[in-house]
Design a protein around this ligand. Structure first.
Ligand code: DOR
Ligand code: ZN
Ligand code: ZN
Length: 399
């Protein structure tokens, strides 16, 4: 049993004894769990450019309906975030539409090093080393070196070989920046990061995330279900999945992310039927926490570890300056209430996302997000968004 008192968006008291109520609204949560609002440090809200798939408003509603109170948006929008002007344009969009808090990544292009230098308040610079949605793949290793030398955190879409090559170059350049591997999917990547973390020069500078789809699905699912199980990196083998869970348990993997990558179901189906170039990506924010909670319970992993990997860890590794990620006095009241007792199913038709489908359609899940607070404001309650109007803040980063 515990009590949390929130005033003006901040947590002002936490106690196991009842707190004297001086007239505030009281919310009863017997049998429920309180978690710090999730960070999803990897989403594609498609705004600007592809707002028929998602936009910052619908993406953020989907996020808060699932306990995610802060997101970091990727730069492969249209236009991509390659200039400070593009960044400012996206900032205005997020400021006017986002119900949750947000950070905005900058993209590395062939000739935008000067722009990257000028970019202020970004979680990092995204460098694409393999093909995926958008045309951002960068083969030029000189550009990789130049981007590393800027000293901002570099976030990689890399897969196996390209990741190992990037780390080689990072070493040759003498570790000039922090390096983060997005959506790890292979045993070789996890084993490699585990070893790298033992290297005193790399320690504290290399991190890795994993997405639920790589933890729960394998190549066999793509064979069976086609495009709705097609994303980049592609789903791997059972052996890789086992290695990812080992990385979760032993702390090699730093945090979870969704890689929420909405496309319409029609687009996905067409890519199956017409045998065109695959359309990579699956929506993920609305299944994120319930799937992970269910797995942690089944695997007997601690919910403290889950809370860390869905919240504080990403906030720490990305050097978010705001007081978030814990339910402690002085922290922002980004919190959600979770009912661990109910058994439900994934029901994509109830999603707030503009792309309401999921590779986890009808999967059994334990628990349900019941209420989400962003900065102390109750925005989602018992299946409904109750505040469409309030807006989250841009997170503050070190650079
Ligand atoms: O599956 C993916 N979809 N992987 C990515 O890296 C990009 C994303 C997208 O933007 O659709
Ligand atoms: Zn990616
Ligand atoms: Zn992505």
């Amino acid at each position: 049993m515990g009590y949390v008192l929130v005033e003006k968006g901040k947590i002002v008291a936490v106690s196991s004894d009842s707190i004297e109520n001086t007239g505030s609204v009281e919310i009863e949560g017997m049998g429920k769990m309180l978690f710090p609002g999730c960070f999803d440090p990897h989403v594609h809200f498609r705004d600007p450019g592809f707002t028929y798939k998602e936009d910052f408003h619908t993406g953020s509603l989907a996020a808060v309906s699932a306990g995610i109170t802060s997101v970091f948006d990727m730069p492969n929008t249209n236009p991509p975030v390659f200039t400070v002007e593009n960044l400012e344009q996206k900032r205005k969009i997020a400021e006017s539409k986002s119900v949750c808090n947000y950070g905005l990544f900058f993209g590395a292009g062939e000739k935008n090093v000067e722009e990257i230098k000028k970019a202020k308040n970004v979680p990092g610079v995204k460098l694409y080393l393999n093909s995926t949605t958008g045309n951002l793949k960068m083969n030029n290793e000189t550009v990789w070196r130049d981007v590393f030398q800027l000293g901002k955190k570099v976030v990689l879409h890399a897969e196996g070989e390209t990741f190992f090559r990037a780390v080689e170059i990072w070493k040759e350049e003498e570790f000039p920046c922090e390096l983060h591997l997005c959506h790890a999917s292979l045993r070789s990547e996890i084993d490699f990061v585990r070893e790298m973390k033992k290297n005193p020069q790399a320690k504290g500078k290399i991190s890795v995330e994993v997405c639920p789809h790589h933890l729960l699905l394998t190549h066999a699912d793509q064979e069976k279900y086609g495009a709705i199980c097609c994303m980049k990196p592609l789903l791997a083998m059972k052996e890789d999945l086992i290695a990812l869970w080992e990385g979760v348990s032993d702390g090699t993997i730093d945090f979870f992310a969704t890689d929420h990558a909405p496309h319409t179901l029609d687009e996905k189906k067409a890519s199956d039927e017409l045998g065109q170039t695959p359309i990579y990506g699956v929506p993920g924010v609305e299944t994120f926490f319930p799937l992970l909670f269910t797995q942690f319970q089944q695997r007997n992993l601690s919910f403290q570890h889950l809370a860390n990997m869905t919240s504080l860890s990403a906030k720490t590794i990305y050097h978010v300056q705001d007081k978030k990620g814990l339910i402690e006095v002085g922290f922002d009241a980004d919190i959600f209430m979770f009912n661990p007792s109910v058994k439900t199913n994934v029901e994509p038709q109830k999603f707030f996302s503009k792309s309401p489908w999921s590779p986890f359609d009808r999967w059994d899940i334990t628990g349900k997000v019941e209420k989400t607070f962003v900065g102390g404001r109750l925005v989602f309650d018992q299946g409904k968004i109750i505040d469409f109007e309030s807006r989250g803040n841009e997170l503050r980063f070190l650079n």
